[in-house]
Design a binder for this molecule. Structure first.
Ligand SMILES: *[C@@H]1O[C@H](CO)[C@@H](O)[C@H](O)[C@H]1NC(C)=O
Ligand SMILES: *[C@@H]1O[C@H](CO)[C@@H](O)[C@H](O)[C@H]1NC(C)=O
Length: 509
């Protein structure tokens, strides 16, 4: 946020209009997010950083280097989203996790880039508790009175059911001085996966979908916000680490084309509810019912980075629901040198135009660590019909950019993609790529498997059918000063309170 420039503009153009607005002094001190000076809001999403990956030791600095290169290229970024698998936490001891997280937080703080996170299945591990991780991120990044992160946990309940990173973030208008208008909502969900936190104890897999209680919270909160918005749906984006299962149905349907959904398509997608079909149905249904939801962004599958339209008219066989609401689902680019795959690392950039809100239009592309742009698309009403250039399939080796010869999808399409689409479950793709994202530990060679979580996960199919509103949506601010106009502020997320519902631990090692 270019606050100084914004303040200058108001001062220069507002004449005698007082700058003092709702809940605000003479400084422009709104601690949340707003559309920028040019009425754009720019998000850079990093996913699958996999810091601390013991199978790929010494890669953390290279991963941070990718983040820095992408942010150098996308210097207008208003918000950085770390969309899960910040760590390969199964390799990290409970004592060491904060210092690993600091490797991510410090450079973002140095750049004064506001950021926020979801957690992934490798964060939720036997040795790492994502609630404590969220608390550390909050305390560290918001120390000194400056709000730099909103990573929190807004849904109460058992850690192993609801996870941690479920919250929303309001984004306000560029204009409006100290009384800006709520324009957009960013939703963050925890798709869990991984393991229960039991250092030194049992190795217990956790279900890999957004829990029903979180879905209930989402619907209540969304509806309340819409009611407060005069009944008008609010444009929104959502972020969740493991993609909803419609992405699998779409890939298997053959509807995804390299010219209309350009991007890497180098593995079979592992999605939410990988081994319990339809368990993410309530979440998908809620997304489809959400008016104004423009797109859902995920990571998790390091060899996939395209965007699809969940069409309201063209049914996707085996998807449930088969038709959507024209929202888009996008994968990010694998950012980390930790985690499997050596496709060139990068981050996804997303540009929202304040003037196009309500039209369901976004610009997005992948910024690679060599500075180039891959898969630039406009997610608009004709996305899925518009033809785009095929993306290059560049690689960066374990030693950095330039380690692999690039190909483009045209040359390998016939052999790779077509084969994959026509086979059913076991495919021509390297087995390592298909399974490795689900394995909690690997040997130092990265090959020896321990347990494939996706195959052992049969837990937690029974979910409460009703949910008592433990967490009423707190949408009315408590003004500290008399508002001069009707307050239009939705509260910002507050610090996570972990103590009440932190998982029970026999012993902390
Ligand atoms: C959507 O965006 C593409 C790419 O910019 C453009 O060619 C197309 O005309 C747009 N469609 C509509 C309906 O505006
Ligand atoms: C992951 O687990 C699967 C199934 O148990 C196994 O076949 C595969 O080799 C493992 N992959 C890695 C990288 O350990």
């Amino acid at each position: 946020m270019k606050r100084e420039a914004f303040l200058w503009l108001l001062t220069a153009t507002a004449g005698a209009t007082p700058l003092v607005g709702y809940n605000q002094g003479t400084d422009f001190d709104y601690p949340g997010l707003r559309f920028d000076f040019d009425r754009k809001f720019r998000i850079t999403m990093f996913n699958d950083l996999h810091l601390g990956d013991g199978a790929r030791p010494g890669t953390d600095d290279k991963t941070i280097g990718v983040m820095n290169k992408v942010l150098d290229a996308e210097s207008g970024t208003d918000l950085v989203v770390l969309n899960g698998d910040l760590t390969s936490c199964e390799w990290i001891s409970p004592e060491a996790v904060n210092s690993v997280l600091d490797k991510i937080i410090d450079p973002l703080m140095g750049r004064k880039k506001p950021f926020t996170a979801t957690f992934g299945n490798h964060d939720m591990s036997q040795t790492c508790d994502t609630r404590r991780m969220g608390e550390h991120i909050w305390d560290k990044a918001n120390a000194g009175g400056r709000q730099m992160t909103w990573t929190t946990s807004s849904v109460k309940g058992d850690y192993n059911d609801v996870g941690t990173s479920n919250y929303y973030l309001p984004v306000y208008s560029m204009g409006g001085g100290g009384n800006p208008e709520l324009k957009m909502v960013l939703w963050f969900f925890d798709s869990k996966g991984g393991r229960q936190y039991q250092p030194g104890g049992a190795d217990v897999p956790v279900s890999d979908w957004v829990d029903q209680k979180v879905v209930s919270w989402f619907k209540l909160t969304r509806d309340q916000m819409q009611a407060d918005n005069g009944g008008k749906p609010l444009p929104s984006l959502a972020f969740v680490h493991i993609p909803p299962s419609v992405t699998v149905a779409f890939q298997q349907s053959g509807q995804r084309k390299p010219s209309t959904e350009p991007g890497l398509n180098e593995e079979l997608i592992g999605a939410q509810a990988n081994s319990v079909p339809d368990a993410d149905g309530p979440f998908m249904q809620a997304l489809v019912e959400t008016e104004g939801l423009m797109a859902v962004f995920s990571g998790h599958d390091h060899g996939i980075d395209w965007c699809m339209k969940y069409s309201a008219t063209r049914a996707i066989p085996k998807a449930n629901p088969a038709t959507g609401n024209n929202m888009h689902l996008c994968f990010g680019r694998h950012t980390g040198y930790g985690g499997y795959s050596d496709w060139m690392r990068g981050g996804r950039h997303i540009v929202v135009d304040e003037d196009a809100l309500g039209l369901n239009v976004l610009e997005t592309w992948v910024r690679l660590e060599d500075g180039s742009v891959s898969g630039r698309v406009t997610l608009n009403s004709s996305y899925s019909e518009d033809v785009y250039p095929l993306v290059g399939k560049k690689k960066s080796s374990a030693f950095g950019v330039g380690g692999g010869a690039g190909t483009n999808e045209a040359s390998t399409l016939a052999t790779t993609t077509t084969t994959m689409m026509t086979t059913t479950t076991t495919t021509s793709l390297p087995t390592e790529m298909i399974y490795s994202k689900h394995n909690s530990t690997t040997s130092s060679s990265g090959q020896t498997q321990t347990t494939d979580i996706s195959k052992t996960q049969t837990t937690d199919t029974s979910k409460p059918t009703t949910w008592t509103k433990q967490t009423p949506p707190m949408l009315k601010p408590t003004p500290s000063a008399t508002p001069t106009q009707t307050p239009r502020m939705s509260p910002l997320p507050t610090k996570p309170t972990t103590s009440k519902s932190a998982p029970k631990i026999a012993a902390r090692i």
